[in-house]
Write a protein that binds this ligand. Structure first.
Ligand code: 5RP
Length: 232
């Protein structure tokens, strides 16, 4: 595991409140954060519970002895810590590399602050420079959603499972289309609305205007990008 991810996770761990409920994102960087969170809870330093954003996050909480809660008991979260696949200069994100974008977005929306942890390779000038944009699609609607996306000039690929035949089925029982854009995205907000308006698109991996801080790990340290502020 790279030191960069560890530095990002440790940097965000400084923001963990002493008490209360927070959101736990998904991914390999979040796994390092969950380890740190579990240690602090075990040491009696803090009294925090988490709303998990995926089955993976749920398992991480169980493994690290982190108390679990949910959005019915805690519809308002102090903050969420999550990973990302790309981060642009306005802290807009592509998420969903691990297929958990739908619940991740709900948990983020319940949170007063969204804290993102990434290594430096995820920082880009414009979204979709390196990654496809995942969208979660109702299986019933796959054919028509695919047609409408192609009509927009975007190339969709149905995400295939690795150790199961056929498509990835998300934690919500849906499929994922990975969208290859012909060029980097200039206006993520407009694209997010256009995609979300297609009936059958359950959610998109574009997280626009949601992020408060990005903790960017490097080999030796981490730095923080803040909304409307740049690096510190
Ligand atoms: C899962 C996600 C992850 O947060 C994202 O893919 C980053 O993962 P990693 O920290 O493993 O690079 O959005 O759906």
């Amino acid at each position: 595991m790279s030191n960069a991810k560890k530095h990002a996770a440790k940097s965000a761990a400084k923001l963990i409140p002493e008490h209360g409920a927070i959101g736990l994102g998904s991914g390999s960087t979040v796994a390092l954060f969950a380890e740190e969170l579990g240690k602090r809870i075990a040491d009696g330093e803090i009294d925090v519970s988490v709303v998990p954003s995926s089955y993976q996050a749920y398992q991480l909480a169980v493994i690290h002895g982190i108390p679990l809660t949910n959005l019915d008991l805690n519809p308002e979260l102090i903050l969420t810590v999550d990973g990302a696949d790309e981060v642009d200069k306005n802290l807009n994100l592509i998420k969903g590399g691990g297929g958990a974008l739908f619940q991740e977005k709900i948990v983020a929306s319940a949170s007063h602050r969204l804290i993102i942890i990434v290594d430096e390779s995820k920082i880009v000038g414009h979204l979709a420079m390196q990654c496809d944009v995942p969208v979660e699609v109702l299986p019933f609607a796959l054919g028509v959603v695919r047609r409408k996306i192609i009509e927009l000039g975007i190339t969709p690929t149905l995400r295939e499972a690795k150790r199961k035949m056929g498509p990835v089925v998300t934690d919500n029982g849906n499929f994922i289309l990975d969208l290859r854009f012909p060029e980097p995205i200039e206006d993520p907000s407009a694209i997010a609305v256009t995609l979300k308006m297609i009936p059958g698109v359950v959610e998109t991996g574009l997280f626009v205007g949601m992020t408060d801080e990005v903790h960017v790990g490097k080999e030796s340290e981490a730095y923080i990008l803040r909304k409307d502020q740049g690096a510190s």
